[in-house]
Design a protein around this ligand. Structure first.
Ligand code: GLU
Length: 510
């Protein structure tokens, strides 16, 4: 590591909702900054106005906030290197494009889109592909091919142009990537990318490099899809004479689909049965809704923990990491090169792990707010917390608690047919009548006490426990599920327990 202060940035383009791969990039940058007592910046790369989607920037900020990724400096919070939105930085890029032209590293290209299309089709006819590069540039409509006075006249006349990078010919670039190690590129395989347009807008490449330089970025940590841009970016640093301040590069491995081949894309959202977005997103045009982890009942800690393991591993058996622990353990050395398969089941497992770690009070409050309220059920919070605690190790989501706990809040009106067939026999009504009598006589209706009394009676009768306990459960719960029976009846209370038994006697038909 160089001794520069660690400053990293997450630089999304607001072209839609941030997908989970983007959140992972933000997370790894954030963790890296925390680990090295550095700064984490949010820069909005909105130079391509045609792809701007309203709401996307707010979405990005909200998603990071939900995940607990705090921005030290950037579009939403300000800072001394601002503005942090490239559209607001527009006036400062032209001079850098001019500087590259002056030093011979870039040139004006006047080719219109129509001209380029015509050339492309001509190449296609000859079964070749057209590339704007060292081989073709001398014959195209640009300042390398045209006489200086013609170029000057065109610019003065206000002709449209772009500024292209003059990619060196036949140079082998040996570069270091913090994750991929040594990477080699031959510049002849690269094209002359557009850096700047005559409307005054820089393209991604120019704005990105200039801003990383001006914002004193020490490490560029981004997705693997940007690896092919690395040689151009390095050459831009060289052309500007900024090599000494060039950041280190780290390209994160792809996130792959759970099954089959290929990278997980935004378009996979919901089709594969899981969200690909942190938060729900409504498309401003089509009004289509894409599901989000937050709305799906995932805890942000679980989502973050899962994301951390997509590409990184601690090198130990430990799987549960809080943000704090991640901040202490994260390192680029432990980020792998190869793509990691996203596993939606594992994400649910993480959610379960965080759910069981939460206190009964926390889970109870969430259950009351998210489930009971919408059903119009108001219940004593002590009871809600207690029953949640009894079953929380059986669920992955707060919403799943209802299936485990419904009978605490609504007495069963129907009875599971299978359980009734199996458990409610000819002699059951007689046994249940006796049970009712016994329960009636119990003064201290606590779980342990009623259990002792009921079990004594069953033992004395010399019948199997199941003969009583199965129909008893069916009557109280409506099905063959639920936690310990005597805990259940303690919570329901004697009156309700007896009422349910009586109702069951009348309604369960053999
Ligand atoms: N604006 C680019 C993106 O949307 C940033 C890539 C980079 O980090 O250099 O991903």
């Amino acid at each position: 590591m160089n001794d520069k202060k660690v400053r990293v940035r997450f630089a999304p383009s607001p072209t839609g909702p941030l997908h989970m791969g983007g959140v992972r990039t933000a997370l790894f940058n954030y963790l890296f900054a925390r680990r090295h007592n550095g700064e984490f910046l949010l820069r909005i790369e909105d130079t391509d106005q045609t792809r701007y989607v309203p709401g996307a920037e707010d979405y990005i900020a909200e998603a990071l906030k939900w995940c607990g990724i705090q921005i030290d400096e950037g579009a939403t919070v300000g800072g001394e290197f601002g503005p942090y939105r490239q559209s607001e930085r527009k006036p400062m890029y032209r001079k850098y494009a001019d500087q590259l032209i002056a030093s011979g590293n870039a040139y004006y290209a006047f080719d219109t889109p129509e001209e380029l299309d015509a050339i492309r089709s001509q190449y296609e006819e000859e079964k070749k592909t057209f590339t704007y590069n060292y081989a073709s540039r001398e014959n195209l409509n640009n300042s390398l091919a045209l006489a200086a006075d013609v170029v000057k006249a065109k610019i003065e006349a206000g002709d449209h142009y772009v500024v292209r990078f003059k990619m060196p010919v036949g140079e082998e670039l040996h570069l270091e990537d913090e994750i991929r190690g040594h990477v080699v590129f031959n510049t002849s395989a690269l094209d002359d990318k557009v850096l700047f347009k005559s409307d005054g807008m820089p393209t991604y490449h120019l704005a990105n490099v200039v801003d990383d330089y001006l914002m004193k970025i020490s490490h560029v940590i981004r997705g693997e899809e940007w690896l092919p841009s690395m040689p151009l970016h390095v050459l831009l640093y060289r052309s500007f004479g900024w090599e000494a301040d060039m950041p280190k590069f780290a390209h994160l491995p792809l996130i792959l689909k759970p099954v089959g081949k290929g990278k997980l894309s935004k378009r996979d959202g919901d089709k594969l049965g899981f969200p690909v977005f942190p938060l729900e997103w409504t498309d401003p045009k089509s009004k289509e809704i894409a599901s989000g982890y937050r709305e799906g009942g995932y805890f942000p800690e679980a989502f973050v923990n899962m994301l951390a393991f997509l590409g990184w591993n601690p090198g130990t058996e430990q799987e549960i990491f809080s943000m704090e622990e991640l901040s202490q353990s994260f390192s680029l050395e432990r980020v792998g090169k190869s793509g990691s398969k996203f596993d939606p089941e594992k994400t649910k497992w993480f959610n379960h792990q965080y759910l069981i770690k939460k206190s009964d009070e926390e889970i109870g409050a969430l259950f009351a707010e998210q489930v009971l309220k919408s059903k119009g059920i108001q219940a004593d919070s002590t009871i809600v917390n207690r029953v949640c605690g009894m079953v929380k190790d059986r669920v992955r989501f707060v919403s799943e608690l209802w299936d485990q706990l419904n009978f605490f809040f609504e007495s069963p009106k129907e009875f599971d047919a299978k359980a009734a067939k199996k458990g409610w026999k000819e002699d059951t009504p007689v046994l249940m009548l006796e049970l009712i009598d016994i329960l009636k006589g119990i003064e201290d209706f606590t779980s342990a006490n009623s259990e002792e009394i009921v079990k004594e009676w069953i033992t004395a009768k010399e019948i199997g426990f199941g003969k009583v306990m199965n129909p008893f459960r069916l009557a109280i719960v409506g099905a063959g599920k639920g936690p310990h029976m005597f805990d259940i009846i303690e919570i329901l209370g004697k009156e309700e327990t007896l009422a349910r038994l009586n109702y069951a006697m009348e309604n369960i038909k053999k």
